[in-house]
Ligand binder design. Structure first.
Ligand SMILES: [Zn+2]
Ligand SMILES: [Zn+2]
Length: 257
């Protein structure tokens, strides 16, 4: 069995829990440690039983409790060499392991591949995880959808895809111009419209369960993200994409494959 739950998503902290057979993984650990422990316990998972934390990049909303978790329980924290190099000194004596980008490697029963992203940090990645013939793709914190990201998303049974902002809300909102440009830029975050067009372009007709993720608090809402994406998919007559939203500081629905 494969199950995926986003425990928290957005600038308040990111953590995606993935269970595949006997293997228990987190993609990012950007919440408070006790938040993570409480919500894993609600799923029947002991925090000390995690096999590894896969880091996408070094921004604090993705790494906040990763060092403490690793020091306390010995959990492996895995990142690409440049991301590991950019971790703050507060990581201390964590159990840190490097993985290569663009090559497949194994973590327990899961085959993992790190996919390069375009984002304003050292060496950001997303992940493809494969188990039992099923494919998961986690793609947040990216300014544009490059060819490797398209390949990663294509045919995935479960997708966690950034749907960060409504372009008009960002453009007319209170953020300073430079910040608006950074968010909307090639190394920023994906808009609802770009997420929708990407899903529409890559849909194959087989069912895909999609969690829209990393929603901005100021420039988006779950209702607007869902409506924008579902309207664009409906216009293209695509009904194979099943949407839900990954909430801020709240677990998402359980996604099974
Ligand atoms: Zn982020
Ligand atoms: Zn980021």
């Amino acid at each position: 069995m494969l199950r995926l739950i986003s425990l928290s998503s957005g600038s308040c902290g990111n953590a995606v829990y993935i269970e595949a057979g006997r293997t228990k993984l987190l993609v990012d650990a950007g919440t408070a440690l006790n938040y993570l422990g409480t919500h894993l316990a609600d799923l029947g998972v002991k925090i000390e039983d995690l096999d590894a934390i896969l880091l996408t990049h070094e921004h604090s909303d993705h790494i906040r409790c990763a060092g403490a978790l690793s020091r306390r329980f010995g959990t492996k924290v895995m990142g690409n060499p440049d991301t590991l190099d950019a971790l703050p000194p507060s990581f201390g004596r964590a159990n840190i392991r490097a993985f290569p980008v663009g090559e497949r490697f194994e973590v327990g029963d899961v085959e993992v591949e790190a996919v390069p992203h375009s984002h304003d940090c050292r060496a950001p990645v997303g992940f493809v995880l494969r188990y039992g013939g099923k494919k998961i793709c986690v793609a947040t914190d990216l300014g544009r959808v490059t060819r490797p990201v398209e390949i990663a998303l294509k045919g995935a049974d479960i997708i966690v895809l950034e749907s960060n902002h409504d372009f008009k809300m960002l453009a007319h909102g209170r953020y300073p111009g430079r910040l608006k440009a950074r968010i909307a830029g090639d190394r920023g975050h994906l808009s609802n419209t770009t997420a929708a067009r990407t899903l529409a372009r890559l849909a194959t007709g087989s069912e895909q369960k999609v969690l829209l993720a990393h929603l901005s608090l100021d420039n988006n809402s779950p209702e607007i993200a869902l409506k924008t994406v579902s309207d664009i998919l409906a216009r293209e007559n695509i009904d194979s994409v099943k949407l839900s939203v990954a909430g801020r500081l709240a677990p998402s629905p359980v996604v099974l494959a």
